[in-house]
Ligand binder design. Structure first.
Ligand code: ZN
Length: 242
């Protein structure tokens, strides 16, 4: 019985929640990465278009921007996830040491946690004992650190995912600027960017549990502002150098 309760409480407190929150974090990071790809590539392209750049110049600038952005996202994500993983590993090592040096104190600690989350004294002790027998380190990692020791985030995976998300976003303005005839270039790009930013703003609001209307508006206005700034910069540059 205590074994069963322990399994259930353990799963609820740690496993599924940690899994869900890590999946949400991934999705959120992907949406943000794609959003970044849309805004920065659209900004670069409208800047080059404002400076009356040729189709070749647009292609070169767009592809360079896409590659630079994807690499920068990957490197940033790699560093940040590696640091996080080092921190988690150090915390797990500390927890492992405490379990070896003071198993009684650690059992008390776990019991206190379950008492604090609302279980009666006796049951809290039973649950803590059952979880400790099953996998003491996992129980402490989940309750104290909120992590599952078996699924630490892989920095290479995170780097690849954010580079892919950025690339996907960057392709929207890149294709929108290159595919249509020249006279339609700017209109199609603006429409495609607004549509993409509406989608990513909506998705990130939903993932964060917020109302989507304001998030969409902020996101679209931000993107349009970026395009307006780089377009003006391009026009200005063209007049100065032209
Ligand atoms: Zn502990």
């Amino acid at each position: 019985m205590a074994e069963q309760v322990g399994e259930q409480v353990g799963a609820q407190a740690g496993g599924s929640r940690a899994e869900l929150s890590s999946r949400l974090n991934w999705l959120r990071a992907a949406v943000l990465g794609a959003n970044d790809g849309v805004v920065s590539t659209a900004g670069i392209l409208t800047g080059v278009a404002g400076a009356a750049g040729s189709r070749t110049a647009l292609l070169a600038a767009g592809v360079a921007g896409l590659l630079a952005g994807a690499m920068s996202m990957a490197a940033g994500e790699y560093v940040s996830v590696s640091t996080q993983r080092d921190t988690e590993r150090a915390a797990l090592a500390r927890e492992r040491r405490e379990l070896a040096e003071d198993p009684e104190g650690e059992l008390d600690e776990l019991t206190d946690y379950y008492r604090g989350s609302g279980l009666a004294d006796g049951l809290a002790r039973e649950v803590a004992t059952a979880l400790t027998e099953r996998d003491a380190l996992a129980a402490h990692a989940q309750t104290e650190l909120g992590i599952d020791p078996d699924v630490l985030t892989n920095p290479w995976e995170a780097a690849l995912a954010s580079a892919a998300a950025f690339t996907l976003g960057a392709l929207v303005p890149l294709l929108a600027v290159l595919l249509p005839p020249e006279s339609w270039r700017l209109v199609v790009t603006v429409v495609a960017v607004v549509a993409a930013l509406t989608l990513s703003g909506w998705a990130s609001a939903r993932l964060g549990g917020a109302g989507p209307a304001r998030a969409v508006l902020r996101n679209v206005v931000g993107g349009l502002l970026a395009m307006a700034v780089t377009y003006s910069g391009g026009v200005l540059l063209d007049q100065v150098t032209g």
